[in-house]
Design a binder for this molecule. Structure first.
Ligand code: NAD
Length: 422
C-alpha cells in the first residue's frame, strides 16, 4: 500500500476510534465500493498504438451520486486514486453536499502528447467508464493535468455514447459548453473563504501579528495560481510561488495579477519572470521547491501534489499556518510533528472543498437549465463554506484535537449514520 493511501486509512482509523464507530462499519467506510482498472488504446501521431493505464474508483455513495476529478499524471497509481476517492467522500460530507466520493486517473504526462493525442486519450477514457458514470451516478471533473478543454471533449464523447444532451454528467466544462461561471476560481476562492473564517477566530491573527500576512504558494496551476491571486488582491503579501520546475521568491512580495496576465504562463518560474512589489528593480530570487516549503512566512499553501511535507522537512517548516489546498500534501508523520510544534494545519478536506462546492452549483445549473453569474456562484460558495466552517468550529470548541481530526470525525459520522440505515 502506498504511503498516501496508508496515511488516509490511518486517519480514518483514528477518527473512527474517536467517534466510536464499530469495526464492521469502519471496514465499509474504508473499502471503495467499485474499482475499475483499464487500458486506453491511443493511435499516436506517428501511426503507432500506445496503451495508457486508467482507473476510476467510486469510494462511497451513501450521501448521493459519486463525485470526483480525473487526474492525468505520469506518477498516478491505483493506490493514489483510491486515496483521493476516499478524500472526496469526506470532503463532500463535510461541505454538506448530496454527493459520494470518487476519483479517476490516467498514468500519462499530458505535456508529452499532441493536442490530437490528448483528445483521443480523453475520449478513450470516457468510452472505458461510460457505463458507470452519469448525472445521477458519478459526475467527474478536472484535477491535476486536466482542464475545461479536456472535460469538454469528455462531455461530448459521453453525449455521443448516450445519444442525447447530458451536460450534467461532467463539471468543470468551459462556459461555452455549459460550464459555470466561477468554477475555475472556485477551489482557490473556497480556500480564501476558509482562511478568512479561520483568521477571524483570532488564534491565527494573534499568532501572525500583522494585518498583511506573508504567504508562500507551492504549485501555480489551477488551484495555486487562483488562490495566490485572490490573496494578493485581498492584501496578503505573496512572497513565493512555484511550479514543478522551481520557485520564485521576493521578500517585498510578488505582483500576482501581473504574473497572471502573462498569457503563456508555462515556464514563468524557470524563466525567472517576476514582478516585485518592492522599490528595487532586482529580479526575484529563483530557488527550489524544497526551500519554498521552509521559508519564514506566516502562511504556507501547498497547492501541488501529495506527500510534500514529510518527516524530513516538517521540523524545519517556519509557517504558523498551513492551508492544504492540494490533496494530502502532509504525510501522517509530518502531521504529528507539526501538531507538536503548534503549527495550525487547515486540512485539505475543508480547505480545498470550494472546488466540489463550485462543481455542485455547476451540476444544478446543468440539470435545471439555470444560469448564474460569477458573483452569484461565488456568493453561494461563500455561504456554503462559511456554514461548513462554523459547524467545524462548534465541534472544535468541544474537543481539544487537531482541525484535521475534527473534520474527519464530522465527515465520517455523517456517512456512518446513513450507512447504518442502509
Ligand atoms: P494543475 O495541474 O492545474 O497544477 C498543478 C501545479 O503544481 C502545476 O503548476 C505544477 O507545475 C505544479 N507542481 C507539480 N509538481 C510540483 C512539485 N513537486 N512542486 C511544486 N509544484 C509542482 O492542478 P490543480 O488542479 O491546480 O491541482 C493541484 C492540487 O489541488 C492537487 O492536489 C489537486 O488534487 C488539488 N485539488 C484540485 C481541485 C481543482 O478544482 N482543480 C480541487 C480540489 C483539490
Amino acid at each position: 500500500m502506498s504511503g498516501f493511501l496508508q496515511s488516509v486509512e490511518q486517519q480514518i482509523d483514528a477518527a473512527a476510534f474517536a467517534a466510536a464507530i464499530p469495526a464492521d462499519l469502519l471496514a465499509r467506510l474504508k473499502r471503495p465500493n467499485h474499482v475499475w482498472e483499464f487500458e486506453i488504446p491511443v493511435r499516436m501521431d506517428d501511426g503507432s498504438e500506445k496503451r495508457f493505464q486508467g482507473w476510476r474508483v467510486q469510494h462511497n455513495g451513501a450521501l448521493g451520486p459519486y463525485k470526483g476529478g480525473i487526474r492525468f499524471h505520469s506518477a498516478s497509481t491505483l493506490d493514489e486514486v483510491k486515496a483521493l476517492a476516499s478524500l472526496m467522500t469526506w470532503k463532500t460530507s463535510l461541505a454538506g453536499l448530496p454527493y459520494g466520493g470518487a476519483k479517476g486517473a490516467v498514468a500519462v504526462d499530458p505535456r508529452s502528447l499532441s493536442p490530437r493525442e490528448l483528445e483521443a486519450l480523453a475520449r478513450g477514457y470516457v468510452r472505458a467508464v461510460a457505463s458507470y458514470i452519469g448525472p445521477q451516478t458519478d459526475i467527474p471533473a478536472p484535477d491535476v493535468g486536466t482542464n475545461a478543454i479536456i472535460i469538454d471533449w469528455m462531455t461530448d464523447e459521453y453525449m455521443k455514447i448516450v445519444g442525447h444532451p447530458e451536460r450534467a454528467a461532467f463539471t468543470g466544462k468551459s462556459i461555452e459548453k455549459g460550464g459555470s461561471h466561477g468554477r475555475e476560481v472556485a477551489t482557490g476562492f473556497g480556500g480564501y473563504v476558509v482562511l478568512r473564517e479561520f483568521l477571524k477566530l483570532g488564534n491565527g491573527v494573534s499568532k501572525l501579528e500583522t494585518p498583511f500576512p506573508s504567504v508562500a504558494v507551492q504549485g501555480f496551476g489551477n488551484v495555486g495560481a487562483h488562490i495566490a491571486q485572490i490573496l494578493f488582491k485581498k492584501g496578503f503579501k505573496v512572497v513565493a510561488i512555484s511550479d514543478s520546475r522551481g520557485a520564485l521568491y521576493d521578500a517585498d512580495g510578488i505582483d500576482i495579477v501581473k504574473v497572471m496576465d502573462i498569457k503563456e504562463r508555462t515556464g514563468i518560474i524557470d524563466r525567472g519572470i517576476c514582478y516585485s512589489m518592492g522599490p528595487s528593480q532586482e529580479p526575484c530570487k529563483t530557488f527550489t521547491n524544497e526551500d519554498l516549503l521552509t521559508l519564514p512566512v506566516d502562511i504556507l499553501i501547498p497547492a501541488a501534489l501529495e506527500d510534500q511535507i514529510t518527516a524530513e522537512n516538517a521540523g524545519t517548516i517556519q509557517a504558523k499556518i498551513i492551508l492544504e489546498m492540494a490533496n494530502g500534501p502532509i504525510t501522517r508523520e509530518a502531521d504529528a510533528i507539526l501538531e507538536r510544534r503548534g503549527v495550525a494545519v487547515i486540512p485539505d478536506i475543508l480547505a480545498n472543498s470550494g472546488g466540489v462546492v463550485g462543481s455542485y452549483f455547476e451540476w444544478i445549473q446543468s440539470l435545471e437549465g439555470k444560469y448564474w453569474s460569477e458573483e452569484e456562484v461565488l456568493a453561494k460558495i461563500d455561504a456554503q463554506l462559511t456554514e461548513a466552517f462554523a459547524t467545524v468550529v462548534a465541534e472544535k470548541k468541544k474537543h481539544h484535537v487537531s482541525w484535521r481530526m475534527v473534520c474527519y470525525v464530522r465527515a465520517l459520522t455523517k456517512v456512518a449514520c446513513v450507512l447504518r440505515k442502509m
